[in-house]
Each structure stands twice: as structure tokens, then as C-alpha cells.
Design a protein around this ligand. Structure first.
Ligand SMILES: C[S@@+](CC[C@H](N)C(=O)[O-])C[C@H]1O[C@@H](n2cnc3c(N)ncnc32)[C@H](O)[C@@H]1O
Ligand SMILES: [Zn+2]
Length: 375
């Protein structure tokens, strides 16, 4: 395996050199390293630094470690006692080499199945960064985690509804492919995490949840408390979408009657769920992460987290351009529509999910009326 040393943050790591002549993804090298996930790791460093600010004794598990880069960054840049595991021999050897390279005494590495590691031990903070779906690791991770669960999912097609059957198999929920598909992915994942935690009498509070180009990521604080676990599940529910007029409605609960008829146009709606209908972020936490990112020079991170902090809590954003297309008119800048909605007394915001999307508590017919007025 040909390797090179790269630096992310203040951490240097030996990683494989991908074959430049091949179009294979990073997963085709002997040990996985994807430079495109740097922002994901930068956010982890900033978010975990904030979360553990007053408790530097917290332990962190990078359960699917590959080169070790994620765990090494937390150990070096945040200073937490870190455990790293990977079942692959080449990865395990590289992780050990990288611990030495960074001269770290607060790290351990094991060559073991991540589920065994998580069933055997417990950690204040657990991070899952699998190839594709985190589903096979969720139960053990929910058992092992005492305070913070960090999960990446790159299987966006099943989560967002493009591969519906895979979504149903992995997440025991029915996803739906709509114009707000990245938010569908985030909420399907959060829903399955809330239910997996509940099996262990634990509740989650979302601190930061986002979708980026090819993955979904959540940071959820965890608390073991039966009453809070029950309360947490009250955020679960179902969504119904009208593909005729774009109206969406949702209902809280796990055994509910959902109306089949669209209250806007009378067409039959399509259901999705169960999914998480609660908050995606804690705005105070987002503010702290922004300040931390600023301090550490993570420019891109600041922008993304600010968009998360500032977006409305209302589920399921609207695609401004899709609405304009359906009306045969040209879109104004998204900010102008948000302003127009606010001026007319509605809550509205832009969203981190896409630059041409917005969130509002106005119904679809009202939105369309305002969109027309703007032209
Ligand atoms: C996407 S990579 C991890 C990337 C890494 N966290 C990063 O930030 O660069 C997934 C890793 O999980 C490992 N893996 C997959 N299934 C596993 C399991 N059941 N137990 C332990 N490791 C596993 C693979 O060998 C691979 O190295
Ligand atoms: Zn309708």
C-alpha cells in the first residue's frame, strides 16, 4: 500500500494514496480515507469540543476508524481519551502507526468488530462513520453511549426515498422521494435513532443535524431516563404529501389515522414514516459550535452551522424553483420570498438544505399566492 502523510486541523495522518488513473471511490483503497469528508470531521472536532468543554474527562469512541483520522483528531485537537476500532488488519496497523506519528498517549486501538466493542463497553461519546448505512450498528451504539451520539449515513438513496425498499429494510420506516428529500433523510434517520435509544430507556435531544452533498449527519445528546425516553418518542409521527399541489401535513404519534385526502386540492396523498417531527438543532449549541469553528479557522463550517441555527423548526422545506416552475414564472432571490412571507405575518427562513429552498408555516396555496405577487 502506497501512503502519504496529510494534515487536517493540527493532526497529521498517514493515509493510502489512491490510484490516480482509476475512477474507483476512496473505499477501493486498502484503507479508507476520503478527503471530501474533511468538513464532516472539522464539524465533529468543533461540536465535540463544545460538548465536552466542561468535562474534559469524557471518553470518545471512533467505532469504524479506518486510518484513525477521526479519533486522532478528537484525541489531539479536543484532548479526549479516545478509543478507535476497525476489524480490518491493515487499518488496525495504520491506526497504531498514526497514534505514534502524533505522539498521543490518550488513544487506544483495537482490531475488533465495532458491535462487539460497543456491546462490551460504554463511552460518553460514540461516533459511527460507516460505509453506507449505520443501521447494523445502531442498537449497540445506543446501548454503549452515555452522553452524545454522532452518526454519519452515506446511504442517502434509501434514507431519502430514492431506494424505497432498502429504506424500509434498514430503517423500519417508509421514506418518500419528494423535493425536500434531504430533510426526509435526516428525519428518517433521527426517527430510527430515537426508537433504538428508547429500547435502552434513553432519550435523545438533537443538537445539530444536517444533510450535505452525499451524507446525513446527526449529533444527539443522550440521557438515560424512562420518562424522558417516553417524551422523546412523542416527537415521532407520520407525514402525508400531496404530489398534485405540493401540500404536506404531519401527525404526531406512532398509531395514527392519517387523512388520505389532501386538504388543499382533494387528491389522494402519499404517506411516509414513522419519522422524527421534532427539532433538528439546539440553537444555543449551534451558536457555540460556530464560535468554536471560528476560533479554529473552519470557515466552511461556520456558514453551514449558521444556516442550521437560523432555520425554522417547521418540518419539510419548500423548493422555491419547483413552485415557480409549476406556476410558469421566474424565481426572485430566495431571500426576497422569505422576507415577503415574513412581511405578511408568517414565520419563514432559509434552510441549510439548499440555497433555493425555504421553510415557512404558510400553507402551499398561500405560498403560491405570495410567489405570484413577487414577480
Ligand atoms: C467509512 S470507513 C471509516 C472512515 C473514517 N471514520 C474516516 O473518518 O476517515 C468505515 C470503516 O469501517 C470498517 N468496518 C466496517 N464494518 C466494520 C465492523 N463491523 N467492525 C469494525 N470495523 C468495521 C471498515 O474496515 C472501514 O475501515
Ligand atoms: Zn393537494
Amino acid at each position: 500500500m502506497l501512503t502519504k502523510i496529510i494534515t487536517e486541523g493540527t493532526t497529521s495522518v498517514e493515509v493510502p494514496i489512491p490510484d490516480e488513473t482509476s475512477s474507483f471511490p476512496p473505499s477501493s483503497t486498502a484503507v479508507f480515507y476520503n478527503p471530501a469528508m474533511r468538513m464532516n470531521r472539522d464539524i465533529a472536532v468543533a461540536a465535540i469540543a463544545c460538548f465536552s468543554k466542561t468535562s474534559p474527562e469524557y471518553t470518545y469512541l471512533d467505532a469504524l476508524s479506518a486510518s484513525g483520522i477521526r479519533g486522532l483528531r478528537i484525541a489531539k485537537e479536543v484532548g479526549l481519551n479516545t478509543a478507535m476500532s476497525d476489524w480490518d488488519e491493515t487499518s488496525f496497523e495504520l491506526i497504531k502507526k498514526n497514534i505514534t506519528l502524533n505522539n498521543l498517549s490518550n488513544c487506544t486501538a483495537v482490531k475488533r468488530n465495532a458491535n462487539v466493542v460497543m456491546l462490551d463497553g460504554s463511552f460518553d461519546i460514540t461516533d459511527l462513520d460507516p460505509f453506507g448505512s449505520p443501521a447494523p450498528f445502531l442498537d449497540a451504539a445506543c446501548r454503549a453511549t452515555k452522553r452524545l451520539l454522532c452518526i454519519t449515513a452515506t446511504d442517502t438513496a434509501p434514507l431519502c426515498g430514492a431506494h424505497k425498499k432498502a429504506g424500509i429494510r434498514n430503517y423500519a420506516a417508509v421514506p418518500l422521494k419528494t423535493e425536500y428529500y434531504p430533510e426526509m433523510g435526516v428525519r428518517i434517520l433521527m426517527g430510527v435513532v430515537a426508537r433504538a435509544l428508547a429500547k435502552h430507556d434513553k432519550a435523545m435531544t438533537p443538537l445539530l443535524s444536517y444533510a450535505s452533498a452525499h451524507y446525513v449527519r446527526i449529533f444527539a445528546s443522550v440521557k438515560k431516563d424512562i420518562n424522558e425516553a417516553d417524551k422523546c418518542l412523542e416527537n415521532m409521527g407520520f407525514l402525508s404529501h400531496c404530489f398534485n399541489c405540493g401540500q404536506r401535513e404531519w401527525k404526531y404519534g406512532l398509531a395514527v389515522h392519517i387523512k388520505e385526502e389532501c386538504s388543499g386540492c382533494g387528491h389522494t396523498t402519499t404517506p411516509a414514516g414513522p419519522l422524527w417531527l421534532g427539532r433538528l438543532h439546539d440553537s444555543d449549541f449551534c451558536g457555540e459550535v460556530i464560535r468554536e469553528a471560528e476560533k479554529r479557522g473552519f470557515k466552511q463550517v461556520e456558514k453551514l452551522i449558521a444556516a442550521c441555527r437560523d432555520e425554522l423548526e417547521t418540518p419539510m422545506h419548500y423548493d422555491y424553483h419547483k413552485i415557480c416552475k409549476s406556476l410558469g414564472i421566474t424565481a426572485m432571490p430566495t431571500g426576497e420570498l422569505v422576507l415577503a412571507l415574513k412581511e405578511r405575518g408568517f414565520n419563514a427562513s432559509r434552510t441549510h438544505f439548499s440555497g433555493i429552498s425555504f421553510k415557512t408555516d404558510a400553507g402551499i396555496e398561500t405560498i403560491k399566492k405570495i410567489v405570484r405577487e413577487l414577480v
